[in-house]
Write a protein that binds this ligand. Structure first.
Ligand SMILES: Cc1ncc(COP(=O)(O)O)c(C=O)c1O
Length: 468
């Protein structure tokens, strides 16, 4: 009896242990093997939580395109639904219904061809990368089916893209054995996509030409209307049916609100499919994306799988099977909550901050924006002239204040241009932007001082970004 009481006391003592005096914290977090014994939830939580303190602060992450702030109500809905598997459409019919509503709303936003009796053609994905794979496959299958029917060779598909394409398209080409043909970029043409050069790379084996609405490197909106006009002429001349796919990962949630008259979407004849990231300017926490087709005829039936083991007959077009439904729910929450007016307000506010930064750089004697026509809340800028320090050092200095600003070179043929990029997202307001400019100014001053000390140089870039 005495023995039992002592044991109970020991257990009691363990339960009452202060977190940082407990076993978990004393033994450290497991790195290679699963621990043999369990620990108190509170201790396990604290260990994982503490480790994550070493990550950067997502709100100061100006590198990512992905949403870093969401409304508490969206957070609540997400935590209420993270355990609903998106694929269990028969078990969670309302989640499935909400996904379909989102597809319909997006199709309407992009001027898809639907009628009242049929749902729009599209599906949710984990992000634009998965959407790109699905849309790319559909184009490859359509091209191949047509070639097979004509008794022609189907072994050498290619795809034409600007050299500043996002890595997901390089992956698509490697994974699905498609040759990637790249339209070069040049300073002479203001680092802009040249649609006429894209047409020169097309031939009978081209499964599609890619247009990008908001490139990852500079935020450029490629001229998709011009691309469509030139492809139309080319297709008429050759008898081919080369479609355009628009990678609107970022711009797809900006242009419909800020430039509704801009022609880039399904209003254009040859734009057959579009990908867009819900977790970028769709304002949802990661990860959700959307693959959209102009109409059902463009999605080959053989790519759609039907499963019956969830109950009912469920058509699916996706690379993975299970995933949480909470991001799709949050996307729908944003549609309901913000509506057209709300999205427009948020994006306009972010664009205004980006323009404020742009003006500061345009007036400085040290930096210059890469492109002048800022249409997305994104700013890519470079050093005007060669300095004793680099953009990489500036990026590193900004880290001391917590800011994460990527420094990188432009793609092939323009690798000599190194830039910094700031993506303005909801939550990065004028106050934070002003603080950012102050810290940028200090970073430059420190680097100038360091180089003065090393070389005895006189400071040349006096009050470089004073307007900040
Ligand atoms: C133009 C473009 N396409 C595709 C992607 C990939 O998007 P996701 O991260 O949603 O897979 C990105 C990501 O930044 C992008 O900028």
């Amino acid at each position: 009896m005495i023995h039992k009481r002592v044991h109970k006391d020991i257990i009691k003592a363990k339960e009452d242990d202060p977190v940082y005096g407990g076993r978990g914290v004393a033994t450290g977090a497991p790195k290679f093997n699963m621990p043999a014994h369990e620990m108190k939830p509170r201790d396990a939580y604290q260990i994982v939580h503490d480790e994550l303190m070493l990550d950067g602060n997502s709100r100061l992450n100006l590198a990512t395109f992905v949403t870093t702030w969401i409304e508490p109500e969206a957070r609540e809905l997400m935590s209420e639904t993270f355990d609903k598997n998106m694929i269990d459409k028969d078990e969670y019919p309302q989640t499935a219904e909400i996904e379909m509503r989102c597809v319909n709303i997006l199709s309407d936003m992009f001027h898809g061809h639907t009628n009242d009796t049929k749902e729009a053609c599209g599906c949710s994905t984990v992000g634009s990368s998965e959407a790109a794979m699905l849309a790319g496959m559909a184009m490859k299958w359509n091209w191949r089916n047509k070639r097979k029917a004509q008794g022609k060779d189907t072994s050498k598909p290619n795809m034409v893209v600007g050299v500043d394409v996002q890595v997901c398209w390089e992956k698509f080409c490697v994974y699905w054995d498609v040759e990637m043909r790249e339209v070069p970029m040049s300073a002479e043409h203001g680092y802009q996509f040249q649609a006429d050069k894209a047409i020169e790379l097309c031939d009978e084996n081209t499964i599609c030409v890619l247009g990008i609405l908001g490139t990852t490197y500079t935020g450029e909106y490629q001229n998709i209307e011009e691309l469509d006009r030139l492809i139309d002429i080319y297709n008429k001349k050759t008898g081919y049916d080369i479609p355009i796919h628009v990678d609107a990962a970022s711009g797809g949630f900006i242009a419909p609100f800020l430039e509704p008259d801009l022609l880039w979407d399904f209003r254009l004849k040859w734009v057959h499919s579009i990908n867009v990231s819900g977790h970028k300017f769709g304002l949802v926490a990661p990860g959700v994306g959307w693959a959209m087709w102009k109409d059902w005829s463009l999605l080959p039936e053989e790519l759609i799988f039907h499963v019956n083991y969830l109950g009912g007959d469920m058509p699916t077009f996706a690379l993975n099977f299970s995933r949480s439904g909470s991001q799709v729910i949050a996307q729908y929450y944003n549609f309901v909550r913000l509506g057209f007016e709300g999205y427009k307000k948020v994006h306009q506010a972010c664009l205004d901050v980006a323009l404020f930064l742009h003006d500061s750089f345009a007036q400085s004697n040290l930096f210059e924006p890469i492109i002048d026509n800022i249409r997305m809340p994104l700013l890519a800028f470079k050093l005007k002239e060669k300095q004793a320090f680099t953009v990489y050092q500036i990026s590193e200095k900004l880290r001391y204040h917590g800011w994460q600003v990527p420094a990188y070179t432009l793609p092939k043929d323009c690798e000599d241009v190194a830039i910094l990029r700031v993506v303005v997202k909801e939550g990065f307001d004028y106050d934070l932007a002003t603080l950012f400019l102050k810290h940028l100014h200090e970073a430059v001053e420190e680097l100038e001082l360091q180089t003065e000390n090393i070389h005895g140089d006189k400071r040349t870039t006096e009050k470089t970004i004073k307007t900040c």
